[in-house]
Structures are given as C-alpha cells and as structure tokens.
Design a protein around this ligand. Structure first.
Ligand SMILES: [Zn+2]
Length: 242
C-alpha cells in the first residue's frame, strides 16, 4: 500500500514518472532543516515544497527589507518589516498544503541548534555568512547529516555536497570565515545556485544520480562557465578529523 494519497499521486505525477512511486514516498517521509529563507533559501524552500518533501524546518532571524526583494522571492512588497520565517511559512503553506512547515524567527546558535533541528535527515545552507555555515557544518558532522552548501557573490556561485564519513567538510575548504560585508548580487545568481543545491537534495533523498561529493562546482555568470575543482580533506581540520 502506498503512503501517498490519490491527490498526492496526481500532484507529483511528473516526478513519479521520473523517479518512481517509492522515491516519492521517500520524499514524503523526508525532514529537511534549513537556515536562511532569503536569496538561496526562498527558491530552495519553494522547490522542496512543490516536490513534496514531508517536513521542512526553516529558521531565519531577519525581517524583510526592501533591498531583499530583488532576489528573495518568497518575500513580497507587502511583507517588508515582517519576520522572514513567518513570511516564508505563509507562502509555502499556500504553495503546497500537503507539506508540513515549521518556522523559527530566531537566530540559530550553538545553544539552540539541537532544539531547532532535532530529527532532520538533511541540512541545507540558505545562508549569507560563514560563522553560521560553520555552525551548520559542525552540527552536520556531530549528527552524521548530509550538508548541502551553496554560496554566491555577484554573478558567481559555488555548490557542493558534504557527507560525514564520506567527504571533506566546509572547514576543510575554508579554515576561517571571510569578513562579513554587504555584497553585490543579481537575483538570478542565488536562483540558479539554489536550484543546483535543491537538485542535489532531491537526488540524495530519492537515491538517484551522482552527487557533487568532494567536488566544488563553480559557476561564473559573466563568462557563462561551470567548472569543478576537487576537494580534499584537511588532515588538521578541527571538525571532520575529530
Ligand atoms: Zn573538515
């Protein structure tokens, strides 16, 4: 007996044609944890919701500002001033009411990360800063959870998939956080990078395709080039070498 309702079978018909009904049942069971509902987070959340993942836990401490609206597509003009987590939850529930959405309008810290993401299957990076990414990376390693990283700047972006026990980690790639600053970005860049991350998440959850393991995919929108560089473990990494 399938765990999918007749309505869900219709809703996800095109995906079931691609991956089969068992894969869709796996997506329905999946629990996703994400920090950031902005430039990367908005499209990631939208496409995970329409794909029919079972449960999404999303955290974001910020409120919507006018300068967010060129890229943070879950937040609209009427939402300026509203907590982003609340704004994202409202939209996602309308996009797909079959998906359970839990949002936290709070900063994720070392102290509360375990309470916010107690039982997730994967962690997704919708962030704009490295201290928070390092926190997610450490939590991923502590819990043995895959961590889907994406980052953007201007018309450039980077994507990779980290799996504890299998690959290097974010701290092997960057030993220190670059200084935090307001950076330029065209809305299309996080849109594109978010889709690459989400494709990785969906492949992981459905058990299909090849993942970007120990490879950093670098996108250069100016030249319209994609290239991959090989990642290796840092033998002195304080996170994945413990
Ligand atoms: Zn490492």
């Amino acid at each position: 007996m399938s765990t999918l309702t007749e309505q869900e079978k219709q809703r996800y018909d095109r995906q079931i044609l691609l991956w089969g009904i068992e894969a869709q049942e796996k997506l329905k069971k999946a629990k996703i944890g994400i920090i950031g509902t902005g430039g990367l987070g908005s499209p990631i959340l939208t496409y995970l919701a329409v794909a029919g993942v079972g449960k999404i836990i999303a955290a974001d401490k910020d409120r919507v500002e006018l300068s967010n609206l060129n890229r943070q597509i879950l937040h609209w003009n009427k939402d300026v001033g509203k907590e982003k987590a609340v704004s994202a939850e409202e939209k996602l529930k309308q996009i797909n009411p079959e998906v359970e959405i839990i949002s936290y309008a709070t900063e994720v810290t070392e102290q509360n990360i375990e309470q916010i993401f107690p039982e997730v299957d994967v962690l997704v990076d919708g962030l704009d800063n490295y201290p928070s990414r390092f926190l997610m990376n450490e939590y991923a390693w502590k819990k043995g959870l895959p961590f889907f990283h994406g980052a953007i700047w201007g018309l450039e972006g980077r994507v990779t998939t980290f799996i504890p026990g299998k690959t290097s980690c974010l701290r092997c790639l960057y030993s220190e956080a670059p200084p935090k600053a307001v950076f330029p970005v065209a809305g299309v860049t996080p849109g594109l990078i978010a889709m690459l991350q989400t494709t990785e998440v969906l492949k992981y959850l459905t058990g299909s395709g090849e993942l970007l393991l120990d490879q950093l995919l670098i996108y250069d929108g100016e030249l319209m080039e994609f290239r991959k560089i090989k990642l290796t473990k840092n033998p002195d990494c304080p996170v994945c070498n413990r």
